[in-house]
Write a protein that binds this ligand. Structure first.
Ligand code: WT7
Length: 571
């Protein structure tokens, strides 16, 4: 294959010799970096925060460099430790204890991070929700997890259907309170009264820590449970892949409502005591360049969709900013277009390093390391300690250059431990000792992995994972909609956009106003990113005889492709 490669990064970086480390590698060696390896006392919050806060050389170092259009604030490791201790005391006062689910539904803010670690410090399980979620998305997650306490803001409260959440005992409101003090807790008031001392709840490495909901092709979003043990892989990949060093200023652009925003927006940098930039507010190219410049960011982890927008904004814009400190760029969430890599080399004189992983995998698995050449369009190679392969549907490995299921040998440290309330779903990921990802890919002769697409109907729009079933279910709640089938349609900037095919109930006409009303209905009921950008009215929606929507057929129609096997199509 004719292809241009980008040579390995020059200079000094972590993990210089990939092949050697892979050979001699053992996760046991990574464990030596943790306090619990000698004390036996485990808690992610200790390793990521308190450990630095009790180190005289580190305690006054800036942990959090927060800014939003409205506010600017920083916190040292000692302050983050004390604020999270205070919140842990608040949680304890309201009888939150080990294993309880505590959800956060609020924008990124210093309070968010204090509360997040407060939750871990009492041994509870944190469930961060993306702030753009609307009522149904919030309800589904709080119901399924049987969350006991929610931390939110007065502005977002209208999206929390309290009367449908009998298990939700208390709501902590950040920035205001309600009269009903049996239900509502005033964050500011409680934090003022809380002690800065807290004795952390020591847990087991296999105890639950974090619950992230993600979409599949069928059913409601599923709760992916991660445990404290994941820190082993967060720590190692921060070093090898993010190439983090003590003096770095790091910025991960992802919201903590998504796994990238926790694994790499919280744990990876803080396990290494690195200064972490958090930027609130909306994306604009100039805002992002300003954030890089003002904070002297040196390592930047972002997503293809954002990079593509920066590419279309133009190379000239980059020159207006002084980005001299920037030395390492990474990307995750969708295929990284070769054009973006070419552009990165021109605009920043830096390589953009693709990383592949999933909510379920908890941390990076297949990556472009600084020490490896980049083959644009390839996700790179598996990290040391991880075995990846391409398997057939029975879980047998298949030879190079043939497409199949991208699979990972079971048992890496950050692997999900449960699908909440759904052991069957959990089991269904594993075949013959392999975790089967749902992505199709192939491996070349040199062991580079090349992403080809999803094998299921999951949609990836601007790096956000959307389940078609969820959108279809919402669509048919609209009085005008009889049936709905939802697909991802390729889009140059967003990767895919959501397209819905619907049939209308009697008495409704296919007008622009109606379609816009339906779109808004999904947007305000579910979330903005799940709202179809295109809606097309049909006379019928193709279904199998057993009543399953044939999304594949809809997609073939949309793309003008051959329709393949339609033998199961209903008459
Ligand atoms: C799906 C997982 C945890 C990362 C954020 C997304 C797609 C992820 C890449 C990549 C091509 C990618 C896959 C995967 N994906 N990274 N580097 N190249 N596709 O996590 O929401 O759980 O989505 O995102 O299809 O299965 P997620």
């Amino acid at each position: 294959m004719d292809m241009q490669v980008v040579p390995a990064r020059k200079g000094n970086y972590n993990l210089q010799d990939y092949e050697k480390l892979r050979e001699s590698f053992s996760w046991e060696d990574v464990k030596k970096n943790f306090t619990w390896n000698t004390t036996g006392k485990v808690n992610m919050a200790y390793e990521a925060v308190d450990r630095h806060a009790t180190d005289p050389a580190k305690k006054d170092k800036v942990a959090l460099l927060y800014s939003s259009p409205e506010r600017e604030e920083s916190m040292t490791f000692e302050q983050l430790s004390q604020e999270s201790n205070k919140f842990a005391n608040v949680l304890k006062k309201y009888e939150i204890s080990k294993g309880d689910r505590v959800f956060l539904f609020m924008p990124r803010s210093p309070e968010f991070y204090a509360a997040f670690f407060g939750i871990l410090k009492v041994g509870a399980i944190a469930g961060p929700l993306f702030e753009a979620f609307m009522e149904q998305a919030v309800r589904d997650r709080l119901q399924d997890s049987e969350a006991k306490l929610l931390i939110t803001t007065p502005d977002l409260l209208y999206r929390v259907p309290l009367n449908e959440l009998p298990k939700l005992e208390k709501i902590v409101l950040v920035g205001g309170n309600k009269e009903d003090t049996n239900k509502f807790i005033d964050y500011n008031k409680e934090m003022k009264e809380a002690s800065i001392n807290f004795s952390i709840e020591w847990v087991d490495l296999e105890d639950g820590m974090l619950l992230h909901y993600t979409s599949g092709s069928t059913g409601k979003p599923k709760g992916i449970l991660h445990v404290h043990n994941a820190m082993i892989q967060h720590y190692a990949t921060a070093e090898w892949v993010l190439d983090l060093k003590e003096e770095d200023v790091y910025w991960c652009t992802a919201d903590p409502g998504w796994v990238t925003g926790t694994s790499y927006g919280i744990f990876a940098p803080w396990l290494h005591g690195v200064t972490n930039v958090i930027r609130g507010g909306r994306f604009t190219p100039d805002d992002w360049y300003t954030t890089l410049e003002k904070n002297n960011v040196s390592v930047w982890y972002t997503a293809p969709t954002a990079l593509r927008m920066l590419v279309s904004y133009g190379e000239e814009a980059v020159k207006k900013y002084d980005l001299d400190t920037l030395r390492h760029i990474l990307s995750v969430g969708e295929p990284l277009n070769p054009e973006v890599i070419t552009w990165g080399l021109k605009a920043f004189d830096l390589r953009v390093h693709d990383t592949w992983w999933m909510t379920e995998t908890g941390a990076q698995l297949i990556v472009n390391l600084p020490s490896l050449e980049i083959r644009p369009g390839s996700m790179g190679k598996p990290i040391p300690g991880v075995e990846a392969s391409i398997v057939d549907n029975e879980g047998n490995e298949i030879p190079p250059n043939q497409m199949g299921n991208l699979a990972i040998k079971e048992g890496w440290p950050s692997m999900m431990r449960q699908v909440w309330n759904n052991p069957g779903k959990f089991e269904s990921y594993f075949i013959n000792g392999w975790y089967v990802s749902g992505d199709s890919a192939y491996q070349d002769e040199d062991g580079y992995f090349w992403f080809q697409g999803r094998l299921d109907d999951v949609i990836n729009t601007s790096g956000e994972r959307v389940g078609p079933f969820e959108v279809e279910s919402k669509l048919i709640e609209h009085p005008a909609v009889a049936e709905a089938g939802v697909i991802g349609k390729p889009d140059p900037e967003r990767g895919e956009i959501i397209k819905a095919f619907i049939t209308l109930n009697d008495g409704y006409d296919d007008t622009k106003e109606l379609l816009e009303d339906i779109r808004q209905f999904v947007k305000t009921g579910l979330s903005a990113h799940a709202a179809p950008r295109e809606i097309e009215v049909k006379d019928s929606i193709p279904k199998t005889r057993s009543g399953k929507i044939m999304r594949r057929l809809l997609k073939s129609w949309e793309l003008g492709l051959p329709t393949g096997d339609t033998s199961t199509l209903e008459d």
